[in-house]
Design a protein around this ligand. Sequence first.
Ligand SMILES: Cc1ncc(COP(=O)(O)O)c(C=O)c1O
Length: 378
Amino acid sequence: MQFSYSNYYKNPKQNNAMHEVADVLFPEGHTERAYESILKWPAYTPTNLISLDDFAGITGVANVLYKDESTRLGLGSFKALGGAYAVQRVLEDREAAGDDSPLTVCTATDGNHGRSVSWGAQQKGISCHIYIHAGVSEGRAESLAEYGATVHRVEGNYDDSIAVCIKEAEANGWQIVSDTSWEGYQEIPTQVMAGYTVLAAEVIEQLGGNNTTQPTHIILQAGCGGMAGALIAYFWKHWRNELPTVIVMESAMSDCVYESMQRDQIVLVDIVDETLMAGLSCGEVSALAWPILRYATSHVLTVGDEGVEPMMRLLANPESERPAIEGGECSASGLIALKTMADHPELAESAGIGADSVVLVIGTEGATDPEVYRLIVG
Ligand SMILES: Cc1ncc(COP(=O)(O)O)c(C=O)c1O
């Protein structure tokens, strides 16, 4: 089966000499503090980096390294690192300022970020309100309530749920803990992103430290781009001019990075249809991620949903000795992008993907909606 794609963009602004924008996002000490804090969490353990030799064979590359976030902190996605860490930081900063007034946190989410915030809030004994949009599945809504949060369903798409969350936060004096940022709201999303960098630190460690085994390509799926921005920033601080080629993959139904790259400014995309890859359904690039994506991304690829189910099944049913992997809808992203590029030689050539390539992909979630997973994978 050949995969098709919607749009492809080669970014003329990509420039490794711009790596200092990563130091602007994360000044000295930021990611180190996140790493030291999260390592102390009782549930913490690094997730596996797995070689998908069967998939490397299918796509004709030397190796595909898959970071498996399905086991992350018992929450089933990399998002567990960000929201919960930001909640902890809000509390620490208030404590340092001598503020002991009662705290309530809130956020908009399409599932995984909200789970992280509500889990973090529950552990600290604080109230939490979560705003979900009309397209979020009932299974995801239930998993949010599991951690004691009050869940509010809002009409419209993800961006509408953010607008309601902001309004309610202002009316009630709640603290927003969002994974995306906007003008005037950046400190907390920076902490969320700092939490995500623990994933990147683990990858570097698993690759064997300094430049011993370096991927040639990194494929990152984007919703608001918070994950991509955070991981690239960490990798850029580590590899500087030697940053592997970065390919950002998006759903064509929420292609805000693609549209923003084309116009060289942040563009709000109106999401009309919801992709199966629910976590990628976001209409606007995070302001914090933008400078990183703008200068680090080599290529952007946007695709429909056709590859999601076959790639989830492939992860679950290895065609080699590698372990079976529980990969949710968003975890198919990197595989879809690589397979699409291998299926279209002009794309592979443009991105320099070939027989010597070592491609890092991020399996960002497990069966975060168990019912959808069961229907697809069986
Ligand atoms: C499983 C999963 N993968 C990828 C993403 C994309 O992350 P970001 O919105 O930071 O780009 C999300 C976002 O919710 C997600 O839940």
